[in-house]
Design a binder for this molecule. Structure first.
Ligand code: AMP
Length: 119
């Protein structure tokens, strides 16, 4: 798998507004926020899509949700609530092929997040 922009952020080759970092994961603000609070949580291991998650990755993928909640609490949005989203491939709207959990907060979020048409 070729490097994505997120590998460059992990390696500090390009700047990001980092909110949290540990040995497994990194959280940073989305460059194009879609809500008053919008950050991404990524594994340091480069996994292209949800389809590429292996059994051995399950721990780190679960860790992403733990970090999402930890940062949401630190930002003071955990109690009012937030949404986590992980897009997969073209129809899912994925543009960066290094899995990432979007965390959106700071206002009531509509549901469903797309046109309700089934076709
Ligand atoms: P997705 O469309 O689910 O793959 O989401 C990719 C997300 O990465 C988008 O919300 C982008 O705004 C965000 N993004 C792309 N480049 C950067 C960057 N350099 N720093 C922070 N967020 C970025």
């Amino acid at each position: 798998m070729s490097d994505t922009i997120f590998t460059k952020i992990i390696n500090k080759e390009i700047p990001a507004d980092i909110l949290y970092e540990d040995e497994l994961a990194l959280a940073f603000k989305d460059i194009s926020p879609q809500a008053p609070v919008h950050f991404l949580v990524i594994p340091k291991k480069a996994i292209a899509t949800i389809n590429d998650i292996t059994e051995e990755d399950c721990g780190v993928v679960g860790h992403l949700s733990f970090v999402a909640a930890k940062v949401a609490k630190e930002l003071g949005v955990a109690e009012e609530g937030y949404r986590t989203v992980m897009n997969c491939n073209e129809f899912g709207g994925q543009t960066v092929y290094h899995i990432h959990l979007h965390v959106l907060a700071g206002k009531p979020l509509g549901w469903p997040p797309f046109s309700a048409k089934l076709k």
